[in-house]
Each structure stands twice: as structure tokens, then as C-alpha cells.
Design a protein. Structure first.
Length: 124
């Protein structure tokens, strides 16, 4: 917790630090996160190799970011539910399944976008 008398600027800097701590915790504790990181590196390398246009880079950045955000929120939902309700409960199943469905939608949209951007460069 940030002490109440901390200056505004220092509060903002500490908030950034905690956010980066969260990203580092996600990367170090979740195998899915490392798979996403590897996939992101491959996509960026492919984008550089294919000399994507600025618009194509924006498309790829948006869908890649969507997958990261969905996966991180899904993980948070899982952790919250495991903490609050470790035993089997149909409502927990509903909550976890919907959160996981959000990740699937983001992944499908990313896959379609990736195919639309990259496939024409290799098929012609
Ligand atoms: N406490 C519970 N009560 C009811 N169903 C649960 C519970 N915990 C898990 N499940 C079911 O098992 C599925 C997987 O949940 P789990 O917490 O193991 O996620 P996971 O396998 O780590 O998911 P991911 O692959 O997204 O990381 C859930 O989507 C849900 O259907």
C-alpha cells in the first residue's frame, strides 16, 4: 500500500512500478504467459520480416494486446475464485468458463487478423 503522505509524482511512479511487478508476476508464474510471450516475439519478428505497413502494425498490436489483456484478466478471475471458493461450485464453473471464453474470442480474432495480414504475403 502507498503511504498517504506520499507526493503525487511518487504515487504515480509507484503505481507504474506495481503494474510492472504484476506483469513480471504473470510472466514468471503462468506457463500460458510464456507461450504468449514467445508467440508475440514470433509475430513481431514476422512483421519486421514482412515489412508491415503502419496500419497492419496497428491491427497486429491491437489484437495481440487484446489476447494479453484477456489472458491476464482470465488468470486474475481464476485466482480470485480459487481464493474465495476453492471447492467445486456450479457458479464458479460459470464464472471461470465465461472468463476463459473471453480469451478464446480474443485468440480467434487475433488468428483471423494474423491470417488476413500475413497469408497474402506468403500465398502469392
Ligand atoms: N471451483 C470450481 N468449481 C466448478 N468448476 C471449476 C472449479 N474450478 C475449475 N472449474 C472448471 O474447470 C475449468 C478449468 O479451471 P482451472 O481453474 O483449472 O483453469 P485452468 O485449467 O488453469 O484454465 P486456463 O487453461 O485458462 O489457465 C473451469 O473453466 C471450470 O469449468
Amino acid at each position: 500500500m502507498i503511504p498517504p503522505k506520499t507526493s503525487y509524482l511518487r504515487r504515480r511512479l509507484l503505481s507504474f512500478k506495481y503494474s510492472f511487478d504484476g506483469i513480471a508476476a504473470f510472466l514468471s508464474s503462468e506457463p500460458h504467459a510464456r507461450i504468449h510471450a514467445a508467440a508475440t516475439v514470433v509475430v513481431v519478428a514476422l512483421g519486421i520480416y514482412c515489412r508491415l505497413s503502419p496500419t497492419q502494425w496497428i491491427d497486429i498490436c491491437i489484437v495481440t494486446g487484446m489476447v494479453w489483456v484477456a489472458e491476464m484478466f482470465n488468470t486474475v478471475v481464476e485466482k480470485i475464485m480459487d481464493h474465495l471458493s476453492p471447492d467445486y461450485h456450479p457458479r464458479v464453473k460459470w464464472i471461470k468458463d465465461v472468463a476463459s471464453g473471453a480469451v478464446l474470442i480474443a485468440a480467434i480474432v487475433a488468428a483471423i487478423t494474423g491470417a488476413v495480414v500475413f497469408l497474402p504475403m506468403f500465398v502469392n
